[in-house]
Design a protein around this ligand. Structure first.
Ligand code: RB5
Length: 143
């Protein structure tokens, strides 16, 4: 199950992502928003972060205008590794190296064709499980 969240700046790109998930028959839970009316991105980032943190959802996708505010918010939650990606190389590497569990994108930055390829890459790339990467991820939460 994939948790989805966006603000007004990410709403239109999220509709493209939803169309892709439907086409692939992938299950998702949409936490909104549901229009281009102005809203506050932390509301949606928090709901998606909590759904992934609790295990209710395996992964999340967050989209705001830049992808920045929504990823900063999600990354406040322990165990959440939200990666802002604007290219497929980063989407692949962040799964392999960081075991990122949330993909963030900028609806005013990344076009729909590329965004769908980024989503596809993110969802279909496994964590490498390499020892050095496991240790570094553990290090993220150490004081
Ligand atoms: C909304 O105007 C915009 O600030 C928001 O979508 C996002 O880009 C914030 O980081």
């Amino acid at each position: 199950m994939i948790a989805l969240g966006c603000d007004h700046g990410g709403y239109e790109l999220m509709q493209e992502v939803i169309a892709y998930l439907k086409e692939k028959g992938l299950e998702y839970k949409n936490f909104g928003c549901n229009s281009t009316e102005s809203v506050d991105y932390p509301v949606y980032a928090k709901q998606v972060a909590k759904a992934v943190q609790s295990g209710e959802c395996d992964k999340g996708i967050l989209i705001c205008g830049t992808g920045i505010g929504i990823s900063i918010t999600a990354n406040r939650f322990k165990g959440i590794r939200a990666a802002l990606c604007g290219d497929c190389f980063s989407a692949e590497a962040t799964r392999q190296h960081n075991d990122a569990n949330i993909l963030a994108m900028g609806g005013r930055v990344t076009g729909p064709g590329l965004a769908v390829k980024i989503v596809d890459t993110f969802l279909n790339t496994e964590f490498s499980n390499g020892e050095r990467h496991v240790n570094r991820i553990r290090g993220i939460d150490e004081e």
